[in-house]
Write a protein that binds this ligand. Structure first.
Ligand code: CA
Length: 407
């Protein structure tokens, strides 16, 4: 059965139309084959299930009506409104996917507004809408929530859109979670009285300054390396365009360098010193080409084992400072070829650790560790990365250049 509620977007909702799922309490759609693959934090899915209790799953249907707190870590799940819903009396659950038309234009516009600098072009949009669905058991209440999955250019995004949310005392979890909870998000208000009713924070709040809309990028992932069963090494965001951190003013450029004021496409290396031309950190400035093989990753950390590693390293190399890293930025030009598409493999790691903690340091103490290696050189800065590299069939090499700077 198919149906249409709206063909035009009624902000913050996308159009509500498409296939209508069965009127079954705790039911699910059949397996839905996706017309484009959806990248979800390191995994790629070609099918999805729309579950009637307010969540989406990828590898099988899920009938669970008791909402679970994230991080749960046992499955990849997108849950705009996980609670005990019941679509037998009133309400329909719609799903639809688009590969052309105004919905793609809308998605392209929205994503470029929320994530500027990516030059994003949507080529696929999936919309699931729980439309005016009641709480269990056939309460007659009407709640509308929506999940929108968007793909294009190797990027993927998730929108959660909220219409009217009826009041309830049921527990509600809104957000997303992943296997192992490598990535998860809990919408503020989940499992509180602020989840539902006319003052629902899902409906009134936003992370993109548009009430009722929550937007997330979901293509952050890993290359599949694992260490002790955990993802290690090159986990980060896949860069297809140079990207600048607005707050940090740091740009990861594809030709092996970082700049701070603006992205820079220069593929012709210049001799240092450049006498004030610009601030640049260049672990391997040459004409690289990541179209054929190789990826450029960046990631930043404010907690966890990477900070411990940076703290250990810096205290070893610069003893006596009592250094405590509270921020680490890692840019990796991973197995990137020389231009044009040569199939050569270069390993470059740039670790950039900064201590901005005034408790431990009255002054700003940034450090940089620069690690450069080619395919024969694998003294990676961490055992994890070393193990990860070995798992890729690479071997330790005889030389390494690690350069340490303080400024
Ligand atoms: Ca139910």
């Amino acid at each position: 059965m198919t149906g249409v509620v709206t063909t035009q977007a009624v902000r913050p909702l996308y159009p509500t139309s498409g296939t209508v799922s069965s009127a079954v309490d705790d039911g699910s759609s059949p397996q839905i084959t996706l017309l484009r693959p959806f990248f979800y934090f390191g995994r790629t899915y070609n099918s999805i299930y729309v579950n009637h209790n307010g969540h989406l799953t990828f590898t099988g249907p899920l009938s669970e009506y008791r909402s679970q707190r994230f991080p749960q870590g046992i499955r990849d799940i997108i849950a705009p409104f996980w609670t005990d819903l019941d679509n037998r009396g009133n309400g329909q659950i719609y799903y639809n996917q688009y590969t052309s038309g105004t919905v793609l234009q809308q998605a392209t516009r929205d994503i470029n507004q929320y994530f500027p600098g990516l030059n994003f072009n949507a080529n696929w949009v999936f919309v699931a809408t729980w439309y005016e669905v009641a709480y269990y058991p056939t309460s007659g209440t009407r709640t509308t929530v929506q999940a929108v999955l968007i793909s294009g250019d190797q990027h993927s995004f998730l929108l959660m859109n909220y219409g009217i949310i009826a009041s309830t005392t049921l527990n509600i979890q809104a957000g997303y979670d992943t296997i192992g909870s490598t990535h998860y998000y809990v919408l503020p208000g989940s499992f509180t009285s602020a989840a539902s009713g006319s003052n629902s924070n899902f409906r009134l709040g936003s992370n993109v300054n548009e009430p009722g809309r929550w937007a997330f990028r979901t293509d952050h992932g890993s290359t599949g390396c694992t260490f002790n069963g955990k993802t290690a090494g090159y986990r980060g965001q896949l860069l297809l365009q140079p990207l600048c951190y607005i707050s940090l003013q740091s740009c990861v450029n594809h030709n092996g360098h970082l700049t701070f004021d603006a992205p820079w496409s220069s593929y012709t290396p210049q001799l240092f010193p450049m006498y004030g031309f610009r601030d640049i950190i260049a672990p391997f400035w040459t004409d690289l080409d990541n179209r054929g093989n190789g990826q450029v990753y960046y990631n930043q950390y404010t907690s966890g084992s990477v900070l411990q590693q940076a703290t250990q390293d810096i205290n070893q190399y610069f003893p006596g400072l009592n250094f405590n890293a509270n921020w680490v930025f890692v840019a990796t030009w991973y197995q990137v070829a020389y231009y044009p598409l040569t199939g050569t493999v270069n390993h470059l790691l740039l670790n950039y650790a900064i201590n901005m903690n005034p408790v431990y340091s009255p002054f700003f103490h940034p450090w940089i560790i620069l690690t450069k290696c080619n395919r024969r050189v694998l003294k990676f800065p961490s055992q994890q990365q070393c193990q990860c590299a070995r798992s890729l069939g690479l071997q330790d090499g005889p030389w390494i250049k690690r350069l340490y700077f303080q400024w």
